[in-house]
Design a protein around this ligand. Structure first.
Ligand code: ZN
Length: 632
């Protein structure tokens, strides 16, 4: 909690003179005990209107009080607390309504004056779930809900979040069951009271509840239990076949073999299978929020590309929640975060998410290799922005810049490329560690040394860039600082890790099974590495590769392709046209496109045929990639 000093420094230095007076009204978090306990009572029964009703008691004393709505959200790494959905705020003291005033320079802060004689204030408000996805995440449906404590609580400014105790009660819709890392203190019908917990851990402990619920033991008989808590739109989606269960149980054991330590006293995967509630992948220390479509278990073969979700979010308990970049670890939810080390937090988690999906059997080894081929192609030819202007290090600012809003030219703008670009860097590091040590050491050793320490402890353990370099040096002495900086600050490609591990990236005219399934799911056509365009449903242009053939012909995202070579658009028609143009160099791919209310014909002069990425073995070189992906 040394970061409370950091917070004051940020507030003091970041503000111009004019704003100091106004923001001085929001006290910086102090690492001192908070007297009393927040009592937060949530009524989650209004399914018809999708409204969470909050009644909260905040211990207070006479004088000015500032209540904060969490703004900077861990896991989002950004100031995205959904304050636009807070409504109906009423504050009372001594049984009377008292006025509140929102800070004009910090719209997440509400100022009140606590009258003489009052030792607490009563706060009421509603958190309104998005009614449809255009408004944000839908978090309440007739069958399930996703309660995140940062959305249904205010907390007093002036204290670090870990110094504030909170006691919570939730009333669920009749007969619903729930999963959470929170521990139950008592239950009265559908109303559950949870054991008091520090406010920062409360925000880290969301709830999934549902009408159709199943709790699956992923580590039977273990002293530290791990459960998969599933809610679904319909009971039929809760069916899990024995081999599917076994793979998810394997995931837990493979993680333990990798890290040799864990940082929780129990762990609960929260997992929604829904076409109504919005999807999610959000890590917490003792749980994770995971949301996918209904058919995760029931159409197993079609959903391979989603099966690194649980391994990714579980890995964050080690990388991200327990060990966290020092500049990302903040004393409260209203102090700005800095994201400079997300290429470790998310990049290495992306790496292990893939590897652990393979080691646990959630992916067959060839599925993992096909998934990696897609990533390899992205950082070979799919990110002109990386080559032309923006490096991976700069993309760590993107949660704050873009906040996951859709982008017009994603491939040129770059976005959260520290995920998959970071994954490529860590694969490269693995190859280098193996080179330096004659295959005696690998990235497994780094993972264990860096994240697998102090078994059972779960206070945040921060690190810096220098700590990463030191741990690598302890495993295999080398100029790791320059090695990492060249990759983080340079302009790619970032795919050296494949060659180091005995594989190379090639392109041919057949998609991998995984790529074909992803194309089918999206209902489009992925021609990124041929025409330089990715098509969505019904001819919608989703993405156009900057400076690629389609871009040069005048195509842009947002247009609609009506016809290809004079025939009605279909994903097959556009692929056939690419193949025809490869046979006849005088035949362009001719698209009739609609742009707003204009129709025009674009001719794409491209004759190299369909191109899909694949990984191929380099004969005579050790196959370290298969070794990496093999169960331990
Ligand atoms: Zn992540």
């Amino acid at each position: 909690m040394k970061a409370s000093r950091l917070a004051s420094a940020i507030f003091a230095s970041a503000l111009g003179l004019g704003s100091v007076a106004a923001l001085a009204d929001v006290p910086a978090p102090q690492d001192i005990p908070f007297n009393g306990t927040l009592k937060i009572n949530v009524d989650a029964t209004d399914l018809a209107h999708r409204v969470f009703r909050v009644h909260e008691t905040v211990p207070a004393q006479a004088g000015p009080l500032t209540l904060l709505y969490p703004q900077w959200l861990p896991g989002n790494h950004s100031p995205t607390g959904p304050i636009d959905k807070l409504a109906g705020l009423v504050v009372k003291a001594n049984g009377k309504v008292i006025p509140w005033k929102r800070d004009p320079l910090n719209v997440y802060a509400f100022h009140v004056d606590v009258p003489q004689g009052a030792n607490e204030v009563q706060v009421e408000f509603q958190f309104l779930s998005a009614q449809d996805v255009r408004q944000g995440r839908v978090v309440m449906t007739p069958e399930m809900l996703n309660l995140q404590w940062n959305t249904v609580s205010l907390y007093p400014a002036g204290h670090v979040a870990s110094q504030i105790k909170a006691e919570t009660t939730v009333t669920f819709p009749a007969g619903w069951q729930y999963g959470s890392a929170l521990e139950m203190a008592s239950r009265n019908g559908d109303t559950v009271t949870f054991k008091p917990i520090d406010y920062d851990d409360l925000v880290d402990s969301p709830i999934f509840a549902g009408k159709y619920f199943k709790r699956v033991d992923l580590d039977p008989g273990a002293k530290t239990p791990v459960f998969l808590n599933i809610v679904a739109d319909d009971p039929k989606f809760l069916e899990i076949k024995p081999d599917q269960l076994k793979m998810h149980q394997n995931l837990v054991q493979q993680m333990y073999k990798l890290y040799g330590a864990h940082h929780y006293n129990h762990y609960d995967f929260l997992f929604s299978l829904s076409d109504k509630m919005s999807g999610i992948g959000l890590e917490h220390h003792r749980s994770s929020e995971n949301g996918v479509g209904t058919s995760y278990f029931t159409e197993w073969d079609k959903n391979a590309s989603m099966r690194d979700l649980l391994s990714h979010e579980f890995n964050h308990s080690w990388d991200g929640k327990y060990r966290r970049g020092a500049d990302l670890s903040t004393p409260s939810f209203n102090v700005p975060m800095q994201d400079s080390l997300l290429w470790v937090y998310e990049g290495q988690t992306q790496f292990w998410g893939y590897v652990m999906a393979a080691r646990s059997g959630l992916w067959k080894q060839d599925q993992a290799i096909d998934m990696l081929a897609n990533v390899a192609a992205t950082y070979d030819r799919g990110r002109p922005g990386l080559q032309q202007w923006r490096n991976i290090q700069d993309t760590t600012n993107d949660p704050i810049i873009a906040m996951r809003r859709p982008l017009p030219y994603r491939n040129f703008q770059m976005s959260e490329d520290y995920y998959s670009g970071g994954q490529m860097i860590w694969l490269d590091v693995d190859g280098k560690l193996r080179d330096l040590t004659g295959d005696k050491r690998s990235i497994d050793d780094f993972a264990k040394a860096f994240f697998g320490v102090k078994n059972g402890e779960w206070d945040v353990n921060t690190y810096t860039f220098e700590d990463v370099v030191k741990t690598l040096n302890d495993i295999a002495p080398y100029d790791w600082s320059s090695y990492l900086r060249e990759r983080l600050d340079g302009h790619g490609p970032l795919i050296g890790g494949f060659e180091a591990n005995g594989w190379k990236l090639v392109y041919n005219d057949k998609p991998t099974d995984v790529a074909k399934a992803m194309e089918t799911r999206a209902g489009g056509a992925n021609l990124t590495y041929s025409l330089g365009v990715s098509m969505g449903k019904a001819g919608d242009v989703v993405d156009v590769l900057w400076d690629g053939p389609a871009f040069k012909a005048g195509l842009s995202p947002g247009m609609k392709v009506i016809a290809v070579n004079g025939k009605e658009y279909s994903s097959d028609a556009i692929k056939d046209a690419v193949t025809a143009a490869a046979k006849d160099k005088n035949q362009p791919v001719e698209l009739l496109v609609k742009n707003f209310d204009e129709y025009k014909t674009l001719r794409i002069d491209y004759h190299d045929g369909l191109k899909y990425p694949h990984l191929e073995r380099i004969e005579g070189k050790a196959d370290r990639l298969s070794e990496l992906l093999k169960a331990r």
